[in-house]
Each structure stands twice: as C-alpha cells, then as structure tokens.
Ligand binder design. Sequence first.
Ligand code: C2O
Ligand code: CU
Ligand code: CU
Length: 461
Amino acid sequence: MLGMSRRELLLGSAVTATAFAGGGFAATRANAADLRLPVSALTHSILPDTVTKGMMGFGTGGPAPILRMRQGERFTVDVVNDLDEATVVHWHGLRIANEMDGVPYLTQNPIEPGESFRYTLVPPDAGTFWYHPHCNTLAQMARGLTGVLVVEDAEDAGFDQDLVLNIRDFRLGSDGQFLELFKARNAARGGTLGTVSTVNWEIAPTYDLPAGSLVRRRLAVTDVTRIGTYSLTGADARAIALDSNPLPQPIASGDLIIAPGQRADIALRVPDRQEQTVTLSLQTQKGPKTLATFRPTGASAKRSLAELKPLAPNPVPVVDPAKAETVEFVFGWSPQGDAPLPSICGTLGYTFWSINRVAWQGDVPSPIDPLALLKQGKPYILRFRNESPNAHPIHLHGHSFKLLRSNKRPLPPLVTDTVLLLKEETLEVALIADNPGDWAFHCHVIEHQKTGLTGYIRVEA
Ligand code: C2O
Ligand code: CU
Ligand code: CU
C-alpha cells in the first residue's frame, strides 16, 4: 500500500477507477463526502455476446467499486438513488451507529428516486466487509447491487498485494436475460439458485499475480442464495480471517463453506513458475467448477507465508458466558402464511418463515415489536434453534458475536456477524450488547429474509 495516494486508497483498484471515470468524485464541493456512490440501472455483458438488460450497479457502470476505509477513521459517502424505485444501503458487518445502518424504517426512511443520503461511517474493526441495499433487497441484489468494503488494518501484515473477489451468481437464461428472480416453492425451501457463477462480474476470470509473492485474497460471497463449498488448489494458502475477524490460528484453506453474507481472507503464496496455476473452485453435484484462475508471472519473489505478521484481533468486547443471560430464538415456518403488508421496499407476496413464530410483515413504517430487548453493556448468550430442514445464515446488525457451542458439531472460537445455522441445529453465541438501537436480525438467504425470516433486536440504554 506504500506510496498510494489517498484517492487511490479510497478507490482501491483499477476496476474502481474505471467505475468512477467521468467525475464521480465531488472532491471540490464544499462539505463534499469522501465518496459519491450512485445507485443506477445499467446494461452490462455477463454472458459472452449478450447484453443483460435490467442490471443495477453502484457507480456508473460495471461491478461495484471496492470501498476502502481505515480502521477508526471517519468516512462519508453520499448514496445517490438514480433508480426509479426506493433503496437504502447497508454496510454489512460494520459495528457503526444505528442511524447509519441503512435499514428502512428501523434506522432511516427509504431513499426515494432522485434523492440521496449521506452515511457517516467510523468502522471500529478491520477486515473484509460488504455493502448492499436493504430495500427491494432481492431484486436489487439479484440485479447486481452487491459490493465489497475493505477496512485496512492499522498495521500491514506484509502482503505484496490485496485481491478482492466478489463471488456471486446471476440468474440468467442462455440469452443473457434475467430469469424470474425466485420461485415460490424454492423460497419455502432452500431458495432459488442463480445460473451463472461470477467473480467480480466475470465468468472464470484469470488473474496474473507476481510469482512467489504473498497475496491477501478477500473472498466475499454476496450471492442472494447459494451456500457453497469453495476450494483453492495448486498453492500454499491459509485462511487468516473469517467474516472480517482474524482466526486465532490460521487454518489450511482446503474446503471452506461460505454462506451468503460471509467472507474469508486467505493468505496465498503464489507459486514460482508460470505453469503452476492456482484454481478457486466451487463444489457442485457435477464436480468442481472453476470460478477463477491465478497465474504466476515474472521471476519469483521467493517470499514465504512465514514472513506474514499475524493480524491484530478486532476490538470486540469479550463475554464471560457464566455472567450472561440467555435469549432464545426459534427459526421455522410461518404459522399462518399471511400475505406480507405492501411496502415501498417491495414484497415477494408470500410469508413462509418466522422467528419466534412471528413472521416479519415487510418493511413498513411501524414494524412489529422487537424480538428481544437487551440492556446496553450487558452480556448475552443468544440461542439459535433451527426447527426447519434448511440451513440459514443468521445475521445480526451492529454487533459481532462469538460462537460458543452447537448440538451438532464442534465450533471454532470465531467472532462473526453471520453464522450458518445447519438444519435442525441449536447453536449458541455470545455478545455484549454494546451498541444501542434497533438492529435488524435475519437470514441472509434473501428469499427467506423477504418471506418472514426477519426481525430486530432492541438494545436500550
Ligand atoms: Cu447483509 Cu441485513 O444484511
Ligand atoms: Cu448486515
Ligand atoms: Cu434462511
């Protein structure tokens, strides 16, 4: 990162610079935000020789810019809604002030077409995060609105390069046009899968990397549905952080299960010779599918993973579970199957799911009561019980929690904001409720989120 100007740091990559070519920055305006982030409709070519209509993007074309921030430093971004429907933008995993969290009615009014909203973000933690709309969420994310956000570590670990991989599907027919974004019968089960796997909006891209160098690969699964098993073959690599939090010990990066909303940071030692390509693949029923290829170039830099400094843990408060009160959440079917309430933020027209037997009614100005009231500063164990035969990546806004135990498997001592709850699993996590406000709490399979598996937790002073 040495020698980069602040602007390059904020823009992050060549991709970003292209996305903002043409004066996206408002650097000369009085009180200018650090970044102006338009949300726009666009056409783009995902499948070869086709142009996909009805896509949506951050910026003015192409995949979303990588937003780079610094730990503990204030970053302002003006989200400008150039769509012809309402939106809001949420900063997934950032433990920030509630009014900046980007959830319709819980934290702000939806941003109407033509309007903008200034977000002021002071990220307390370093790591790999992401951003996406929280209004018309299925349609807007499925059409392209998912971006990666990096909070730089205060101290560099010694990588030669940082490579962000935004992994997601698009649901396209062979003509390159969007298929129906979901099927109701799937929404009531595991969700509707996309048809085209992409990395940074490209199908099986190849990245040239300096031979023998150390690369921090930041994988973010921003798909709306797919819970995938990802493997990296052909190189010496270690997972060093999951969901933005450093692992106490790096682990072999063999097969990683990454659910929607989750991230994995992998330290990769690029092989020495050009023919030693490295492959990132997704496990499928038909065998491994290549998502991206990495090709060593040039003379070997001869570096070694042992040269990397360990990442500093994030300042997430530590809980003494013995002093914590337990709060239970049950995830299951919707008891009555009522239609959701009409909302400016869209509905899918069905209610299939619930938390504590109450289905989220939709994003409306007076939402149902919070699922739990937590006292600011107090320790809690949250017990997640999955009554359903489907897995759910359960996500809480505004806090990180530590995994404690499960009735099905040993759990690593991870700190995270999104945990994959397996079918019929009961799992406990611990947190200090240190961030006041109403915090959205939902499954990150967006069809589940939008058909009832949503609620919120109130942390009060
Ligand atoms: Cu990734 Cu409620 O968010
Ligand atoms: Cu979130
Ligand atoms: Cu779910």
